[in-house]
Write a protein that binds this ligand. Structure first.
Ligand SMILES: [Cu+2]
Length: 330
């Protein structure tokens, strides 16, 4: 949670005084920046080229007294007309060519790229590493990446449209339910680069943040080993506490008694819970299990039916661990 607060208060550093884009940190970022700045500055130039003469003509050739007649009328000038047709054509053809080259670069995924799967869900990103058998998730999750290695992302959504945006890499892709989209990048700098969701997806959309942490190869290997053993051998209640943030239950539930999108977990275990259109039930293992796997089966009174199912995302022991964690919150 603290990492989310930190991220929210963070301002992306810009590369220099003359630039207003965040530091470029991928192989394709420079070409994106070049064409961006070329467009901006050539538009400034073209704007002045048109507006300054117009202003000057208005002053120079304005009517100076009542009844003043124009001395001559100029219909056309073939040379000038040819020039203002041809020059913009060349400018646009050049821009198209340059943009197309960049586009091809951005969408041609190197064959040796390492494959990761990204799942958008209200309101956090889950990243699965198929080759390494780990996954990271939760608001403010750290996504470890080896330096100088091309990465291919396959993105999908659990619920609504999200958008995966990494400003430092200059990559952004909509994540649409029911279909896969892809994206790739190769980092050129060691560091921590924030990931944003840039498609409004509900209450906690602004906290749907993660960090891509680019590390040298050997540090990355250590990170993988640590990640693999992280949840092994933890007491169930402690594992449950970790899952509570890793699975982003904390986007909707608190542990201190204050209601959020859903009811707080504090003190619910063993108590009666009021349900919408049903008689109250006692919160026990079976009820919590059902709430996690089939959230719509019983709706808590006064709350919207927005909890997503975690069926298939949590193992049997994960569910038990969450139950133990909720039980421990007296
Ligand atoms: Cu989102």
């Amino acid at each position: 949670m603290d990492s989310v607060k930190e991220l929210l208060s963070m301002r992306l550093p810009v590369a220099s005084k003359l630039s207003w884009l965040p530091e470029a940190a991928s192989t394709t970022a420079d070409s994106v920046d070049w064409i961006f700045y070329f467009l901006v500055w050539s538009c400034v130039g073209l704007f002045l080229l048109v507006v300054l003469p117009v202003a000057w003509f208005c002053l120079r050739y304005r009517r100076k007294h009542e009844g003043q007649k124009a001395l001559s009328q100029v219909d056309h000038n073939v040379k000038i007309e040819a020039a203002w047709t041809l020059l913009p054509c060349i400018y646009l053809a050049f821009l198209f060519y340059w943009g197309f080259i960049g586009f091809v670069d951005l969408y041609t995924i190197p064959v040796e790229a390492k494959h990761l799967r990204v799942i958008g869900q209200k309101w956090n990103w889950t990243v699965q590493y198929p080759d390494d058998d780990i996954s990271v998730s939760g608001q403010g999750a750290i996504i470890g990446i080896p330096l100088g290695q091309a990465i291919r992302l396959t993105l999908s959504s659990q619920d609504v449209i999200h958008s995966f945006f990494v400003p430092n890499f200059r990559i952004k892709q909509d994540v649409v339910p029911g279909r896969y989209s892809t994206l790739w990048f190769e980092s050129t700098k060691v560091g921590e680069f924030p990931v944003f969701c840039t498609e409004y997806c509900g209450d906690e959309h602004s906290k749907m943040l993660a960090i891509i942490k680019v590390m040298p190869q050997d540090e990355y290997k250590e990170w993988l080993v640590k990640k693999k053993s992280e949840n092994v051998g933890l007491p169930p209640a402690e594992l449950g506490q970790k899952l509570y943030t890793q699975k982003a239950c904390n986007a909707c539930h608190t542990v201190d008694g204050t209601p959020k999108i859903g009811p707080s977990f504090k003190g619910v275990y063993g108590h009666m819970t009021q349900l919408e259109g049903m008689s109250p039930v006692k919160v026990d293992d079976g009820y919590i299990r059902e709430s996690i796997l089939e959230p719509q089966a019983k709706i808590v009174k006064g709350y919207p039916p927005v909890m997503p199912t975690f069926k298939g995302q949590l193992s049997e022991s994960d569910i038990n661990a969450l139950i133990e964690f909720i039980k421990s919150l007296k």
